[in-house]
Design a protein around this ligand. Structure first.
Ligand code: ASN
Length: 325
């Protein structure tokens, strides 16, 4: 019988509403009390590694989770892993694990938009779907997956798109890779392999800034050039910045701080297309790294992992550049 390990980390899926309707964490995870529809079909082992709202998640805790999953696969004969997580930073934890775990067993992350005792609570439903996805042979060797609202998404591209709607998790540009129906988990897209980069420590000082019309160098000038190890910028459109940002960016590059550029657009990739002042062509010539296909928060995770693995220069650029081939 397959053994599925569930690692609970907290989030709304583990919370309840009080009489005023405010959502609060619980001492005891309500998912642990649910009737076990899996009895006789699979062995479910549950562990509460954290009980945190996901805005309290940190890269250090992501690394702890990664190490726990490695032990489960290598020493405990586990056939699949489900991680329950708050939805606010779920995509960052999922992508961190995707980049760092050399696992073959399915690793499936899920959460909920409505807490355990609210009308239309989606927690138990998503949890059940995540367990069946982790149980599925077809989910092996697919990297880290996110199962929410009847869909399976890759950790690489999924993002939270709505503050409250249960269909909040979407994969812009590329779409979900699977569908969970009443009796099956169906996959209908092949994935492009990516380099797995195991790390045993994390660097500090990797930041994310968003560009806007009229942005100047002031935020870049305020950056502590000693403490900062890397910066991601969500740039405009196809990958452009206002000309007034250029002196501040040049100062950071002179201090050998890697700058990674993604687009603040919801769909598409950032590229060096425009050849005007502050356009992508000039930014690339300056030495800014273009990251194609990731959103800002994921590009930050990738830069953090790459730097923590000791990558620099051209090696770092190749690593960060390609989320798609
Ligand atoms: N739906 C949720 O889980 C949101 C919650 N604030 C969290 O991320 O912990």
């Amino acid at each position: 019988m397959k053994k599925i390990l569930v690692l609970h980390t907290g989030g709304t899926i583990a919370m309840s509403a009080d009489q005023q309707g405010n959502i609060l964490p619980n001492q005891h995870n309500p998912l642990l009390d649910t009737d076990n529809e899996f009895a006789g079909k699979l062995e479910l082992i549950s562990e509460e590694i954290f009980n945190l709202p996901s805005p309290h998640m940190t890269p250090e805790r992501m690394l702890e989770l990664c190490n726990r999953i490695l032990i489960a696969e290598n020493e405990e004969d586990i056939d699949g892993i489900v991680v329950t997580h708050g939805t606010d930073t779920l995509e960052e934890t999922a992508y961190f694990l995707d980049l760092t775990l050399p696992t073959h067993v399915p690793v499936v992350i899920t959460g909920a938009m409505r807490s355990s005792n609210e009308i239309g609570s989606d927690g138990l439903y998503n949890f059940r779907n995540a367990v069946w996805t982790a149980y599925s042979d077809a989910a092996r060797d697919k990297g880290v997956l996110v199962a929410m609202n009847d869909e399976v998404h890759t950790a690489r591209f999924v993002t939270k798109t709505h503050t409250t709607n249960v269909s909040t998790f979407r994969t812009p540009t590329f779409g979900p890779i699977g569908l969970i129906s009443k009796h099956h988990v169906h996959f209908y897209q092949e994935l492009i392999n990516q380099e797995v980069c195991h790390i045993d420590h994390l660097v500090d000082g990797v930041y994310l800034l968003k560009a806007y019309a009229g942005m100047t160098s002031s935020l870049f000038e305020a950056i502590d050039t000693t403490a900062t190890k890397g910066l991601v910028i969500e740039a405009l459109g196809a990958g452009n910045l206002p000309p007034e940002t250029l002196p501040g960016l040049q100062k950071l590059l002179d201090h050998k701080i890697p700058i990674v550029l993604v687009s603040r657009c919801f769909n598409g990739v950032a590229e060096d297309v425009y050849d005007y002042q502050g356009g992508g062509v000039e930014l690339k010539k300056m030495g800014i790294i273009f990251c194609r296909g990731l959103n800002g928060q994921k590009a930050r995770i990738k830069l953090l992992v790459g730097l923590s693995a000791g990558k620099k220069g051209a090696e770092l650029e190749t690593y960060v550049n390609n989320a798609v081939s």
